[in-house]
Design a protein around this ligand. Structure first.
Ligand code: FAD
Length: 246
């Protein structure tokens, strides 16, 4: 059996190894369970590739792989390795952690580079406001059609139904995903799926973003302008470390 060595990492940084591994897992494992992609599933997948290629970090291997995949249709063989998404046991964290990070990165990149989304192939049929939330819409369909955790998909769909259509700007899309991720964190705190080394918290915690937190009349509240600023820096290409990529 393979002995996994713990990789030291900085939780204030984003690791390309996690994004790449997430994408590899998405393509090789999750999509591979679908023998043929047709109809709505095929459209979801095509939109996902288009969105990732448009707003993904340019010049990264992960982008090259996705382009390569798009052209050749060949599945990728590179090993999956988690860094910021390592779990203290193999069944914990990993892919689901990387999927969150991938989609946060995509919403942030879209907000930082709004031009990248213009004339987005299949996605250009949408109205202007709908295009502002296109990353979320693609994520919604991806989770619905492909995410292996069906209970998660159902929970996510409920939240999406409730409020995703009211997202009308690229910044609001970033904040929507942040807020919903915290709803999930709250629901899962203390759950069996929680890694004891990585307790579910309302994120970002005061140690990584003091300015995000405020107290109004003795009650905790978020400073959303600061949260947005923090997310735009945390999930920016400048915050990505390539240390563990080959
Ligand atoms: P994760 O929650 O996966 O977070 C990964 C990283 O994202 C964190 O380490 C942190 O750096 C950052 N982060 C944390 N919170 C935020 C935030 N609010 N905004 C931005 N970045 C943040 N599991 C279930 O058991 N039941 C469910 O119903 C369920 N629903 C899910 C729905 C979706 C769409 C996804 C992608 C996953 C879902 N999961 C669910 C899995 C679960 O949310 C975690 O991914 C998993 O438990 C691993 O947790 P983690 O400790 O790696 O942190």
């Amino acid at each position: 059996t393979e002995i996994k060595v713990w990789k030291e990492f900085d939780k204030s940084r984003l690791y390309m190894a996690d994004l790449e591994s997430g994408l590899h897992f998405l393509l090789r494992v999750e999509l591979a369970t679908h023998k043929a992609l047709e109809g709505a599933e095929l459209k979801t997948f095509k939109d996902f590739v288009t969105i990732s290629a448009k707003v993904g970090t340019s010049g990264s291997t992960y982008l090259k792989y996705i382009s390569f995949f798009q052209i050749s249709g060949i599945f990728l063989t590179k090993k999956v390795q988690w860094v910021g998404c390592q779990g203290s046991r193999p069944e914990l964290r990993g892919y689901s952690c990387s999927l969150w990070k991938l989609f946060h990165t995509l919403t942030v990149q879209a907000a930082l580079r709004p031009k990248a989304l213009q004339n987005t192939g299949d996605c250009s049929g949408h109205s202007e406001p709908a295009r502002k939330a296109i990353v979320l819409q693609v994520m919604r369909r991806y989770i619905q059609h492909f995410f292996g955790c069906k209970a998660c998909a159902q929970h996510f769909e409920e939240m999406a139904k409730e409020s995703m259509d009211s997202v009308k700007s690229l910044d609001k899309a970033v904040l929507w995903l942040w807020e919903k991720h915290n709803v999930v964190n709250n629901r899962l705190a203390g759950d069996l799926t929680e890694d004891p080394k990585f307790p579910k918290v309302q994120w970002p915690t005061p140690d990584i973003c003091p300015a995000c937190h405020e107290e109004i009349k003795g009650l905790h509240s978020w400073n959303e302008d600061q949260v947005l600023q923090f997310l735009k820096s945390h999930y920016s290409s400048e915050n990505i470390l390539y240390k563990y990529t080959e």
